[in-house]
Design a protein around this ligand. Structure first.
Ligand SMILES: *Cc1c(COP(=O)(O)O)cnc(C)c1O
Length: 460
């Protein structure tokens, strides 16, 4: 018998979590004004709000933290990180930032101007926020298959080359500062981009002299999918695949809080010294001097170690197969999940699951609140609340899908926790037809509203 995969690590330190009663949870979520971001973490039993910054670090990473060099300029931790980034991504120049959106802020300050178009494959929300904040427009060129939730396509994060070509043909290259490819595509459900597609996008953009920037938050998970799904890559290592992926880009932004297995941090990678120099001024203004840029030396050390651990095949296999395990459990109970299961999260189609809740009453948020009440599980709405209002008309933007995302932190939960989540869903599924009304917004911020808004429950 072929032996099954199992986690390539054992547990050295534990952190207690507490179960609660339904009565407690009903009170807590009301006090939180039905916004799961307002809950205290000790009110949550299994926290699947995000996989960002929630990873468990290894003994080697904690050890590296003790060796951090906190010198303002020229710290050894900076050089250690520089070497790790250049070995894993191939980018010879880099700037540290305190997290991914800071990398976007710095890079876009240097490159994006009012009236620009920035095409890509379903930009992440902070990416889009930073583009729109500069009065430029993010144009989504993802393949249509991405929005057919049950369709089995191995690379739903791919760019539709015809859509991209249309955007590039419509405007002078000077009005398109970059093409951004997000790997894996978070907004499309943690779905990967194929190597073939990365290569084709790069060829098309390069023919117009437009740089490709990879949003690499989950580049290692993307490399795992290329290895396991794309012909010709089955015998390559994750690191060989990652290097080839980045070879089709002029730069990258990185939220190290995802695949690099640290709790905070980010960076920008550059192929050209000129682009690096342009961004350097903004890094010094917004983040810090170029050899620490918003990161402590100890955190740069942990990040350098995390980049190597996060690109080990055995780790990636156990991580992605755990996500798949939960997704398949839900699928076997007829819960409408996005298929194939994405790399970092399971996405549930809230409109299919709660057919009675009107679209304008925030269906995915309604499902997220119900799951919390059912089992103390915190997921995230990826729907109309997150899609925000149209910057011009100020009307709600209804995205293609209303999704509840269950993001699985890396190296944190066990298979028993996944079984608990599946059991809570079974109970919720049984009473789905009794859920008929959703919410209305009582207060919201002018941009990125989902983090801080307050909701009011609508009475049946
Ligand atoms: C998380 C994320 C970001 C932003 O990074 P932060 O570290 O949260 O600021 C950007 N792009 C993608 C694809 C992400 O997943």
């Amino acid at each position: 018998m072929e032996l099954p995969f199992a986690e390539p690590y054992k547990i050295k330190m534990i952190e207690p979590i507490r179960r609660s009663s339904r009565q407690e949870r009903e009170r807590w979520i009301q006090d939180a004004r039905y916004n799961l971001f307002n809950l205290r973490s000790d009110q949550v039993y299994i926290d699947l709000l995000t996989d960002s910054g929630t990873s468990a670090m290894s003994a080697a990473q904690w050890g590296a933290i003790m060796l951090g060099d906190e010198s303002y300029a020229g710290a050894s931790s900076y050089f250690k990180l520089k070497e790790a980034i250049s070995e894993i991504t191939g980018f010879p120049f880099f700037l540290p930032t305190h997290q991914g959106r800071a990398a976007e802020n710095v890079l876009f300050s240097a490159l994006v101007k009012e009236g620009d178009r920035v095409p890509g494959n379903a930009h992440f929300d902070t990416t889009k926020g930073h583009i729109e904040f500069r009065k430029a427009i993010a144009v989504d060129c993802t393949i249509d298959e991405a929005w057919d939730i049950g369709l089995n396509h191995p690379f739903k994060g791919n760019v539709d080359l015809a859509k991209l070509k249309k955007v590039l043909d419509e405007r002078p290259a000077g009005k398109i500062p970059m093409v951004i490819i997000t790997v894996t595509c978070n907004t499309a459900g943690g779905q990967p981009v194929s190597m073939e597609n990365l290569k084709a996008v790069h060829a098309l953009a390069s023919s117009k002299g437009i740089p490709v920037i990879i949003d690499g938050a989950r580049f290692a998970e993307n490399a795992y999918f290329i290895k396991t799904r794309e012909k010709g890559y089955e015998h390559k290592t994750i690191r060989e695949i990652a290097l080839e992926m980045f070879s089709y880009a002029e730069g990258m932004t990185m939220s190290s809080k995802k695949d690099a297995l640290v709790n905070i941090g980010g960076f920008i990678g550059f192929r050209s010294e000129e682009m690096f120099r342009k961004a350097t001024t903004f890094n010094i203004m917004f983040e810090g001097f170029i050899t620490y840029g918003g990161m402590a030396g100890r955190d740069m050390n942990a990040l350098a170690q995390g980049l190597f651990e996060g690109t080990e095949f055995d780790y990636l296999e156990s991580r992605i197969r755990q996500v798949e395990y939960l997704g398949n459990r839900l699928k076997s109970m007829n819960i409408p999940v996005q298929y194939p299961i994405g790399g970092h999260a399971v996405f549930i189609d809230a409109i299919k699951l709660l057919p009675h809740v009107p679209r304008k009453e925030y269906v995915a948020q309604t499902l997220a609140v119900e799951l919390f009440i059912e089992g103390g599980i915190r997921g995230a709405e990826i729907g109309t609340l997150m899609a925000d209002r149209d910057p011009v008309t100020r009307e709600d933007r209804f995205p293609n899908l209303e999704l509840l995302r269950l993001a699985i932190p890396r190296r944190v939960y066990t298979q028993n926790h996944m079984d608990y989540v599946a059991a809570a869903f079974e109970n919720l599924y049984a009473r789905r037809n009794t859920i008929k009304r959703g919410y209305r917004i009582a207060w919201e911020a002018p941009i990125m509203r989902h983090f801080t808004l307050s909701l009011e429950k609508l009475q049946p």
